[in-house]
Design a protein around this ligand. Sequence first.
Ligand SMILES: Cc1ncc(COP(=O)(O)O)c(C=O)c1O
Length: 366
Amino acid sequence: MSVAPRPSILSIDPYVGGESKIPGVNRIIKLSSNEGAFGPPPAAIEAITRAAREAHRYPDGNATALREALGARFGLDPARIVTGNGSDELISLLCLAYGGEGTEFIMSAYGFMMYDISGRAIGSRVLKVAEKPAPEGGGTVADIDAMIAAAGPRTRIVFLTNPNNPTGALLPNSEVARLRAGLRDDILLVLDSAYAEYVTEPSYDPGHGLVDAAGNTIMLRTFSKVFGLGGMRVGWGYAPADVIDVLNRVRGPFNVASASMAAAIGALAEPGWVEKSVAHNTEWRGRLATALRAAGGDVWPSHANFLLADFGTAGAARAVDAKLKTRGLIVRGMGGYGLPQALRFTVGNAEECQLLIDALGAPSDG
Ligand SMILES: Cc1ncc(COP(=O)(O)O)c(C=O)c1O
């Protein structure tokens, strides 16, 4: 007889990450996990190499150097920053700290899937609120009024991804502020800005202003996207002191590895990295959108380093996916998000994007 886990755990569909292998294909081009297009910044690689010599030492459990580097870069108080083993860890710690049996979390229907997984894991009920058509045309966007209306006496956390993964939709600051204002003060708003750096909209605030102005709000960020360090697992949060204190109580004492922290500090110091990455992303995202439209996709407006294209039917999406796979290109199926007719395409480097564009335009095999 096996030991029974908490019942809610068996209701979880395990997270399926982007595929990385195709049987029989040697050269794989992985455009399925929204990783940075240029790999790790050279200064991060050097920092990892240096840190390797000290690998017998435990990391600084307070992540002081990294929090100070983040504070200096973004103009934030390091005392109100917490670091995690990827922002995934921070999501799961927030669920652990504020949720549990008898509590509810709210997210939008196409919000990031880890909120659902981590929420259920600790026994919270996770409500997925239907999205509404995007005002800029094409695709959907979180419905702030419906999310506010969904909040009830058991609600503890509302998650909002902005820009959203997997849709790429961006909500204006005013909508995010309206969500905060419409929620009770004892509900934590988790503003997940994993793709913040890619946003070119000048008025965009990833959450600094709201965290300072409104309280009861945490902004989550990651080194896994523009900073090219998904394999090092470094995320961070900026929040009021009481939320930081709670997270520091529940996290592991050495939750971020020394080499990972060194890599993150190196990435922040790499001159021009973000500017170069964003310019590349904006240019190739546009070219890719044109190619996807020509291939029959309805491309949703995206403010991140990926595009979601709706091919009308699950069969049509599967056919595009199969055609790309024969050429070694791996993109992300959206069945897990309830969008089996869509595929998500990460903006890779120039060569990868061109191969994708060529493959989309090529006649189907067979
Ligand atoms: C919206 C969003 N939040 C969080 C994460 C997790 O990032 P990390 O690698 O820092 O755990 C991702 C990764 O895909 C994401 O898309």
